[in-house]
Write a protein that binds this ligand. Structure first.
Ligand code: ADP
Ligand code: MG
Length: 465
């Protein structure tokens, strides 16, 4: 009889045995037995437990014989033998099972921990989107990313503080929060992640005089929050400029943490040397670790960022040319790059239209919007026309011909760029009311003064509107 048939018979007899032998005996001794042959009226069963063989022979042999007799309707000789190979196999299986269980247990524990950590990360105001894995790397941000990862994996070991500098929307907050995220998910170190504005507000609230308020206790609470941590992450540190009292507090916080060998990470849109309002003692502390700069991403990186972004939002089947079109124009700010894609997507939802290259062009009108002269170009050409310098226009000079040219620039920028007074004011280093007043003055003058009217028209032509 072949082995498969033998095994089949044994399985059937085992079913019978199961009903006749109590489970506490069946499970340890009978269940693991294996049938190997049935020849010359002899049925051979092997066991991997030598003690099991003894036990069966002594206590269960009779029942086994009976079951065989019922099955075959005749007397059968039963050999039960100890088998070393089976014993080894059982041992190995047991070890495997134990390992598997251990792994499962470990995975369960890790899962539990990661859920606990996740809610903890959320409570830290860390955006869960901001991770190293989804920060697209290229040569313009590689050093910053590597330094951030090194700090995350090994706080205080090398770069303390880590100072991340870069223009708006280039991923400073993303990298900084990725450090917080990583540390929280992979260890027990205490992280505090804050915006500089919140630090300032917190400080002001703690020190503000309110009748019956216990200022000492409020201050202790404040200090505990920022000093009793392993990693302090402060975003947009440039906002601390001109906040003298906060600067002192930050300075002390910095020293307390640094001396206790705690990690500090700062981000800023300016390098420490370009923050003249920050006292030297604090600036040199910013500079004593590592400063890394992030430059705008390259074209391929921008395309990849858009692809990931759309995938993350569950928007699939968008052709590469759409991503490439957006990436071609939005070069300097990833937030705006993502914003442009979000806009196209929102319009396509509302208008129930598929996103194609044509559709993206229709919504964003990049060709038109990006070829428009900039405020700087307007300033340059107005300055040239009146034979002064562009810096004169941006200066605070009140010399008549300069403030006159400046007013013309404000008027043209406002009329032709349809941009906010705020924007124009920023480019001119002026207040927004000043720009509004100047533009308004010229608007009235061109109606009455032919010379001004013709000058303005000539300039507008020169600019290329
Ligand atoms: P910043 O703090 O420098 O102003 P953020 O960190 O807020 O910029 O980034 C703006 C947006 O751009 C975020 O959604 C961020 O995830 C994304 N972003 C920036 N750089 C990258 C990059 N290299 N890879 C992926 N996403 C990026
Ligand atoms: Mg930011």
């Amino acid at each position: 009889m072949n082995t498969a048939e033998v095994k089949k018979i044994w399985e059937e007899i085992k079913q019978d045995l199961k009903t006749k032998i109590p489970a506490h005996e069946y499970e340890p001794w009978i269940a693991p037995l294996e049938a190997v042959s049935f020849e010359d009226n002899q049925f051979t069963i092997i066991s991997g437990q030598s003690f099991g063989v003894e036990y069966i022979k002594r206590k269960l042999y009779k029942i086994i014989l009976e079951c065989f007799k019922n099955y075959f309707s005749k007397e059968i000789i039963i050999n039960i033998e100890f088998d070393k190979n089976l014993a080894d196999k059982i041992k190995k299986d047991k070890q495997k099972l134990e390992k598997k269980l251990q792994k499962e247990h470990q995975a369960e524990e890790e899962h539990k921990k990661s859920i606990e950590n996740l809610s903890y990360v959320k409570s830290l105001n860390i955006n869960l989107r901001y991770r190293f894995e989804n920060f697209v790397e290229d040569e313009n941000n590689r050093i910053a990313k590597a330094a951030a990862q090194s700090v995350a994996q090994n706080p205080t070991a090398k770069y303390n503080p880590l100072y991340i500098q870069g223009g708006s929307g280039l991923g400073k907050t993303h990298l900084m929060q990725a450090i917080g995220h990583y540390i929280t998910m992979n260890g027990n170190l205490k992280v505090q992640c804050i915006k500089t504005e919140d630090f300032i507000n917190d400080y002001v609230n703690s020190t503000a005089f309110i009748p019956n308020k216990n200022t000492t206790s409020a201050m202790n609470k404040f200090r505990n929050k920022y000093r009793n941590v392993d990693i302090l992450l402060i975003d947009d540190i440039q906002f601390i400029e001109n906040k003298k009292k906060c600067i002192d507090e930050l300075f002390n916080t910095f020293d307390t943490l640094y001396n206790a060998n705690k990690q500090i990470v700062l981000t800023s849109d300016k390098l420490p040397k370009d923050l003249p309002e920050i006292p030297k003692r604090l600036r040199t502390r910013f500079e004593q670790g590592l400063i890394v700069e992030i430059q705008p991403p390259k074209f391929e990186t921008r395309v990849q960022i858009l692809k990931n972004f759309s995938h993350e939002k569950g928007i699939e089947n968008i052709s590469d040319e759409v991503f490439e079109y957006i990436a071609k124009y939005y070069k300097d700010n990833v937030r705006e790059l993502e914003g442009a894609f979000t806009k196209v997507n929102a319009y396509s939802d509302i208008e129930e239209t598929k996103i194609t290259l044509e559709y993206a062009k229709k919504v964003l009108k990049c060709e038109e919007n990006f070829s428009r002269p900039t405020i700087d170009k307007i300033i340059d050409i107005v300055a040239e026309y009146y034979e002064i310098s562009s810096d004169d226009i941006k200066s605070t000079s009140r010399v008549q011909n300069i403030s006159y040219a400046r007013a013309i620039a404000c008027f043209i920028a406002r009329e032709k760029l349809q941009t906010s007074y705020e924007n124009i004011a920023n480019s001119l280093n002026k207040r927004h009311q000043t720009v509004m007043y100047a533009a308004d003055k010229i608007k009235k003058l061109i109606k009455t003064d032919k010379k001004i009217n013709s000058d303005v028209n000539k300039i507008i032509k020169k600019i290329g509107f």
